[in-house]
Design a protein around this ligand. Structure first.
Ligand code: PEP
Ligand code: MN
Length: 347
């Protein structure tokens, strides 16, 4: 941390700031300029609020040099992480495709969806059995029955299961059926929930909160990792903005920003940002082109009768066409989809 004192700060104020830093365990070096002094503080700043120093008399500003997250930081693994989840590697040369309906609505529908997902060469079946809905009167998910249908459908097609867990009390149950526990955007800062999924050894798909900064998102990843679970996959799904041309503004710049700060894999969910299916393919292509490690896309065998997010679900044929385009983009980015050979040229 670097504390810049105001011009001509009094010796008493400099001493006071120095003392406070030392009291907090920092060792302090003073640089005396012509008009201004600077205090360089070396030590562990975890748990320290820089504002404690900003408000001291004679302090002009405080620069924090190290990031507050440690385990999620790229410093720990400069080469980046490749996470093994089930039979998949996330974060390496392979791009990962996760797809499925917004919600598990019934046995027939999820089996049909799993068939489409597998045909497209995607490796993870997504779908919510517990749904965070804006309205308490909307469909809330099938719960355990939905988890069972989903597991069976995924197993039939050799897919992994990614599904949302909304509360601490659901973690044990959902972890019995899922390979990847999804933390929804609205729960990104539910710290008790983050700790609880951190105690499991499942993959954790951590969606970015609707108004979360990159550092807040990475601090949430740190919560999971601090419990011993390193398998955190970050997912950008669009943030709130002033525009109304999309449901949420897909922040593609989050991908290189995360890459710079963290070793964790990052994927893009174009569906919740687009809000309508016509806009999903462009955002999906952009996601891969910006360097994401994969995509999570909502599809539905019959979107017109879907109980949630039907308008943004890709039609099966539309999904298959998009996947072919994604293969080309992945190749240009030096990545490939798992089992690429089986899907290219499919119609
Ligand atoms: C979802 O994936 O269906 C979902 C509810 O996502 P989010 O938490 O990003 O809104
Ligand atoms: Mn959805």
């Amino acid at each position: 941390m670097v504390i810049v004192m105001v011009e001509y700060a009094s010796e008493a104020h400099i001493q006071q700031a120095t003392q406070k830093l030392e009291d907090k365990g920092f060792s302090v070096s003073r640089i005396v300029g012509v008009n201004q002094s600077i205090l360089g503080a070396v030590g562990d700043k975890r748990g320290i609020d820089p504002r404690e120093f900003e408000i001291l008399d004679g302090v002009e500003r405080v620069h924090v040099i190290t990031v507050p997250y440690k385990l999620a930081s790229r410093e720990v693994k400069p080469q980046g992480s490749v996470l093994r989840v089930g039979n998949l590697d996330l974060g390496g040369q392979e791009a990962v495709l996760m797809a499925g309906p917004c919600a598990v609505e019934g046995e027939k529908e999820i089996f049909e969806a799993a068939g489409i997902v597998a045909r497209a060469g995607a490796k993870v079946l997504r779908g919510g059995a517990f749904k965070p809905r804006t309205s308490p009167y909307s469909f809330q998910g099938l719960g355990e029955a939905g988890l069972k249908y989903m597991r069976a459908a995924a197993d039939e097609h050799h897919l992994l299961v990614a599904t949302e867990v909304m509360s601490v009390s659901q973690v044990e149950l959902v972890a019995q059926y899922a390979d990847i526990l999804q933390i929804g955007a609205r729960n990104m800062q539910n710290y008790n929930l983050l700790r609880e999924v951190g105690k499991t050894r499942r993959g954790v798909l951590l969606k970015r909160g609707l108004a979360a900064t990159i550092d807040e998102w990475l601090m949430s990843a740190e919560y999971v990792m601090s419990e011993g679970n390193e398998k955190v996959i970050l997912c950008e799904r669009g943030i709130r903005s002033f525009g109304n041309h999309f449901r949420f503004l897909l922040d593609v710049s989050a991908v290189p920003a995360v890459r710079e700060r963290s070793h964790l894999p990052v994927i893009i969910d174009p569906s919740h940002a687009a809000g309508v299916r016509a806009k999903v393919p462009a955002l999906a292509r952009a996601g891969l082109a910006v360097g994401a490690d994969g995509l999570m896309i909502e599809i539905h065998p019959h979107p017109d009768i879907a109980v949630s997010d039907g308008p943004q679900a890709l039609l099966p044929d539309q999904f298959l066409v998009l996947v072919e385009e994604l293969h080309r983009i992945a190749r240009a980015m030096g990545k490939r989809f798992a089992d690429e050979g089986s899907t290219v040229g499919m119609n």
